[in-house]
Design a protein around this ligand. Structure first.
Ligand code: AMP
Length: 491
């Protein structure tokens, strides 16, 4: 199948060729012809499947006729996070280069007025996170009655982040006759209910199930002790053992670990940067841009911060911690081996994490081999310290302040204290704008929630589960002798 057979316009096809795409991915081949016929599409597809182009390309073809009016955008794309929204905007810059379109990015964390000014002039495409979109609507800066096509992307992420009530509200504000394209990696009951309510006879298209991992990814496990310093030794030795490494993402389960790893890797001479939910939008974008342009070789990230990021050419993924939720493993290693490229994924496993690795092996239906780091964890450098710090000799240099602090800190206690101190949904992307909106909701001139008064306030609603909360307590770990992989078993 080639792009020429899909029914796209010549202008779109030219941009596709210029982008270097030669063959449509499965989701593109299945979805685009239906989308061009103005049918509703429900796509079961994950990040990395090429789903962005699956909706951007037909949208571009459709926008070739007609024009936008002031404050009345013609198409709307909803994304769960600011980063995803910004990436879709980049896709429009690449694939829409032959179309003189006005694309407005409505995301939180950046100034409101320039966004509103863009809509005032007439936007062909609005790419938005739900909270900021509703802000614009509530302030009377945007009318949604001119929307011809709606895209709901990463619907299961929206569910995880508690956005479904916002999505329902937005859908009700749009014309009934609009076309809807809906994408989700999984279809839990809440998502099925949403599609039943807001899609009309959708064509269902599907790519590889989420539990599968690409064949182009070499996946290996690496034994590591539980001790945090020894783990960091293992990580450095592992990274150094990879001759063909171009760049890599190091995943950790907690924000605190992400920050610690960044410091530690930098101290050991690695070109590393971190991505976590406490960073402001511009700092995140800067780090991402540096990583994309290869100025930065290693990106250390938590699951939330890295959710849905499109970084096309990552050679390695290193899981510093085994993800507690098996699905996150598939997401993490999906950062490499994209679009048929070769990728390498290493997962460091402590004995305490055997339960989680067994669940992952069951999910992906694969048995992963173990990788022995040539020369062992402390090869080629002085280890950061496997055991309690040796007594300092008289006159010996005092360790650096941060090293001391690391050693002195009791990581688990410290993390627990932090967990308790922080609200559960701290990492959600939409906080500032939501707070603003709540203030607007409480204002006398905006009695909007009356009809929904039974529904708990946004601040009271909880995400469906806490897998995306970096600071969530890890599940109780235990020694499950029955399920132990051989290498972990006690001799
Ligand atoms: P997505 O799943 O939309 O995040 O896309 C994943 C990556 O695949 C992005 O870097 C796209 O630029 C790339 N991509 C999308 N479609 C194609 C295609 N037909 N051929 C090659 N690369 C593609």
């Amino acid at each position: 199948m080639s792009f020429n057979e899909l029914g796209l316009s010549p202008k779109v096809l030219e941009a596709v060729t210029a982008a270097g795409y030669t063959t449509p991915t499965a989701i593109q081949a299945q979805a685009i012809p239906h989308a061009l016929q103005r049918k509703d599409v429900m796509g079961l597809a994950q990040t990395g499947s090429g789903k962005t182009a699956a909706f951007v390309l037909p949208m571009l073809s459709m926008l070739e006729s007609g024009r936008a009016r002031a404050r009345m955008p013609r198409t709307l794309i909803l994304e769960p996070t600011r980063e995803l929204a910004a990436q879709v905007e980049e896709s429009f810059a690449t694939l829409g280069k032959n179309h003189k379109l006005t694309v407005a990015l409505l995301i939180g964390g950046v100034a409101f007025e320039p966004q509103a000014a863009k809509i005032d002039r007439g936007a062909d495409v609005v790419i938005a996170t739900p909270g900021r979109l509703l802000d614009h609507f509530e302030r009377g800066r945007l009318l949604m009655t001119g929307i011809e096509m709606l895209v709901i992307d990463e619907a299961d992420r929206m569910l995880d982040m508690g956005f479904i009530p916002d999505i329902e509200r937005i859908c009700k504000l749009l014309p009934f006759t609009r076309q809807t394209m809906f994408f989700s990696a999984t279809m839990p009951p809440e998502i099925q209910r949403l599609t039943a309510q807001f899609l009309h006879n959708p064509v269902k298209v599907e790519t590889a199930a989420r539990s599968s991992t690409a064949e182009t990814i070499e996946q290996k496990l690496v034994k590591t002790p539980h001790d945090p310093k020894a783990k960091r030794d293992t990580l450095r030795a592992l990274i150094r053992s990879q001759e063909n490494i171009k760049n890599g993402i190091v995943f950790a389960n907690r924000k605190t670990t992400v920050a610690l790893l960044e410091k530690s890797l930098k101290r050991h001479g690695f070109n590393a940067g971190a991505l976590h939910g406490d960073m402001d939008q511009s700092a995140r974008m800067k780090t991402l841009a540096a990583f994309r342009s290869n100025e930065l070789t290693l990106l250390i990230a938590s699951d939330v911060a890295a959710r849905g990021l499109d970084i096309p050419d990552v050679s390695h993924v290193f899981n510093f911690d085994v993800p507690i939720h098996s699905e996150d493993y598939v997401h993490r290693i999906g950062r490499t081996g994209r679009a048929g490229r070769e990728g390498h994924a290493f997962t460091m496993v402590t004995r305490e994490e055997s339960k989680y690795i067994n669940a992952i092996l069951a999910l992906i239906k694969k048995d992963l081999p173990y990788f022995d780091i040539p020369g062992g964890a402390a090869s080629g450098e002085e280890a950061e310290g496997d055991s309690p710090a040796p007594a300092r000799k008289r006159g010996a240099k005092r360790p650096e302040r941060h090293e001391r602090a690391e050693r002195e800190a009791k990581p688990e206690r410290q993390e627990r204290a932090e967990r308790e101190a922080k609200p559960e949904r701290q990492e959600r992307e939409e906080r500032p704008e939501r707070a603003e909106r709540q203030a607007a909701e409480q204002a006398p001139q905006a009695p909007r929630r009356d009809s929904q008064s039974a529904r708990p306030q946004r601040s009271e609603r909880r995400p469906r589960h806490s897998s995306h909360d970096d600071d969530a307590a890890p599940h109780e770990t235990g020694f499950h002798a029955g399920n132990m992989p051989a290498f972990l078993a006690r001799k």
